[in-house]
Design a protein around this ligand. Structure first.
Ligand code: IPM
Ligand code: MG
Length: 346
């Protein structure tokens, strides 16, 4: 029996995770669930955004279903106590170096996209984002530069970090259209030049995959100009953070996109890519589909339940085809209505 750690977090996290729980329960699989606080909620209750008991649960579990963290109430507490540190700490502690962020336009959502419908309709990509390195985890701090106060964050990648994410990306491309675009800033950054060299080296093992390289500024432009050109994108932590938010808006709504963060042993943390949205928390306005689709990714990537994952994805497609729309998609369905629609389709 698989153990799932449920970490709802802040803002709309608890609502969307509860929705995904209802869908998982309806599948009749042999799963047990254990819940723990994380983020601002954990800081409030235990004085730390990632209390030891929560981290332990995440380590013991076969997979983690995560809501969202972030609460404006804690904008001014010390960085190590901010809610965001919980997700960064979990990624690091569990070695979740590979972040898969599929962005696909569901039929019927063409008009929800910020792009022209005929441009948006072609979106079907996976962004493979490196998740435990880069400027996110480098040395950082404040110092004096002469008379000036200076903030600094060091960007770096080791070749072994690039190699392992490149392999995940090439493997992912093999399950799709076999096209991989590596995004970097090699015209300016030495970190990126090493990235590019290593990706080219690893390509020797995957000659059946077509590899291209693109600078990140151009990639940002191409994502709105012609997003249909992308199959799999591989990029570093910072660029991947930015490009995946952008891709989500192109694909209709940030409320639609799931993600998986997996480690060497295929253990993973699954979360919607959206944040805690404190402005709409507790009002039943949140779109639960990104979290429901994250649960599907969990079944596929960590629990070996590909069929159950397919069922969830088909039910989400059916709920949308039937016309159910939460406010982010231009409709009035509540979180509960949308979840009921998915359950009905299951
Ligand atoms: C994401 C989020 C996180 C990140 C924040 C909450 C630390 O934006 O998962 O994309 O920057 O990685
Ligand atoms: Mg982000």
């Amino acid at each position: 029996m698989a153990l799932i750690a449920i970490l709802p977090g802040d803002g709309i996290g608890p609502e969307v995770v509860a929705a995904a729980r209802r869908v998982l329960d309806a599948l009749g699989l042999d799963l047990t669930f254990e819940e723990a606080p994380v983020g601002g909620a954990a800081y409030r209750a235990h004085g730390h955004p990632l209390p030891p008991a929560t981290l332990n649960l995440a380590k013991r579990a076969d997979a983690v279903l995560f809501g969202a963290v972030g609460d404006p109430e804690f904008d001014n507490v010390a960085r190590e106590h901010r809610p965001e540190q919980a997700i960064l700490g979990l990624r690091k502690a569990l070695g979740l170096f590979a972040n898969l962020r599929p962005a696909k336009l569901f039929a019927g959502l063409e008009d929800a996209s910020a792009l022209r419908p005929e441009v948006a309709a072609a979106i079907d990509m996976v962004i493979v984002r490196e998740l435990t390195g880069d400027v996110y985890f480098g040395e950082k701090g404040r110092r004096m530069n002469g008379d000036a106060r200076q903030g600094y964050d060091v960007m770096s990648y080791d070749d072994n970090e690039v190699e392992r994410i490149a392999r995940v990306a090439f493997e992912t491309a093999r399950t799709r259209k076999r096209r991989l675009c590596s995004v970097d800033k090699a015209n300016v950054l030495e970190t990126s030049q090493l990235w590019r060299d290593v990706v080219n080296d690893i390509h020797a093992d995957y000659y059946d995959v077509t590899l291209t390289h693109m600078y990140v500024d151009n990639a940002a432009m191409q994502l709105v100009r012609n997003p249909g050109q992308f199959d799999v994108i591989v990029t570093g932590n910072l660029f991947g953070d930015i490009l995946s938010d952008q891709a989500s808006m192109c694909a209709g709504s940030i409320g639609m996109l799931p993600s998986a963060a997996i480690n060497q042993d295929k253990k993973g943390l699954y979360e919607p890519i959206h944040g805690s949205a404190p402005d709409i928390a507790g009002q039943g306005k949140a779109n639960p589909l990104a979290t429901i689709l994250s649960a599907a990714m969990m079944l596929r990537h960590s629990l070996g339940e590909a069929q159950a994952a397919d069922r969830i994805e088909a039910a989400v497609t059916a709920a949308l085809v039937a016309g159910h729309r939460t406010p982010d998609l231009g409709g009035t369905a509540t979180t509960g209505d949308m979840t009921n629609a998915v359950l009905a389709a299951l």
